[in-house]
Design a protein around this ligand. Structure first.
Ligand SMILES: [Zn+2]
Length: 289
């Protein structure tokens, strides 16, 4: 599918093999196409995460190895195309999710989690959820009969859709993705945020070296209109939602793709910045102290 169409879908997933589908915000009922997709998917729902898993404080899947310096959510070169473009279930509808529209009612995100995750991976996922619970009023709750919910799967790559899409929506934490920073990042997409560098005020803070970025990835680095992204708070080059300075899949990986205008290091460390937490709380109207 044409690249421009993908862009219009406001899909924030950055991995290749997105197998989910697009609906406009909230208003659409779960369609037969959606249900068919779920039946076709080999997904099996595992047990909801337990309190013990929430309290485990696991930050990574110790059995996995993280490639040196690589942001796992930028795994983009080993699949079939960017962000859902090859998805046969893609309706082609323009996703109307914008700002407040993307929020989950009552800051409650119903979820189901695949049986595919190992015990240590479940603990890492639960621990990331626990960080949201501790720092925001957002709550991940086991799905009972809610119409809109998140399906956490172990597919290829690390990806999520922006905010509440409507109906069942998938989020993938594939191999190499079960690290606290990646899980927090993907959940922040699902909660309702784009990549930080997509903010309309991008150009005041960073320079994007488009000549060092493969053309098919340019859309991941462009600033978007104000009504297409959440612009709560200030631009934050340290945000967990900001791409780093280097990308292993750039034209010349030893050269930066992004340079901060203030000379500081671009990209996140291992966790939320204060500004990330502020933005999450603001979007959901949480008391924030
Ligand atoms: Zn992302």
């Amino acid at each position: 599918m044409a690249f421009g169409i993908c862009k219009s879908l406001l899909l924030v997933a950055v991995s290749l093999t997105l197998t989910s589908w697009m609906y406009s915000a909230g208003a659409n009922p779960v369609t037969s196409e959606n249900e068919k997709h779920l039946r076709d998917d080999p997904f099996q729902a595992g047990h909801p995460l337990t309190e013990e898993e929430f309290q485990s404080g696991v930050t990574e899947n110790k059995g996995a190895t993280l490639e040196n310096g690589l942001q796992p959510w930028k795994h983009q070169e080993n699949g079939t195309g960017l962000s859902g473009c090859n998805n046969p279930h893609d309706t082609g509808k323009k996703n109307a999710n914008k700002n407040a529209d993307v929020r989950w009612p009552g800051a409650q995100i119903p979820y189901v989690i695949s049986t595919a995750f190992l015990a240590e991976e479940r603990r890492a996922i639960a621990s990331a959820m626990a960080i949201y619970h501790g720092k925001t009023c957002i709550r991940f709750v086991p799905r009972s009969s809610q119409r809109d919910y998140l399906i956490i799967i172990k597919s290829s790559g690390c990806w999520a859709q922006k905010g509440r899409v409507g109906g069942a929506q998938q989020m993938s934490l594939g191999n190499g993705c079960v690290y606290q920073s990646v899980i927090l990042h993907e959940f922040m997409h699902a909660v309702g945020f784009d990549h930080e560098q997509n903010r309309p005020d991008q150009a005041r803070y960073i320079t994007v070296n488009f000549t060092n970025i493969l053309p098919q990835h340019h859309w991941l680095f462009v600033s978007k209109p104000r009504d297409a992204v959440n612009t709560i708070g200030n631009y934050d080059i340290k945000s967990i939602m900001h791409y780093g300075a280097y990308a292993s899949d750039s034209v010349t990986p030893s050269l930066p793709t992004i340079v901060a205008k203030n000379g500081q290091k671009v990209g996140s460390g291992d966790g939320f910045t204060w500004m990330d937490i502020y933005k999450l709380n603001r979007l959901y109207g949480c008391p924030f102290g």
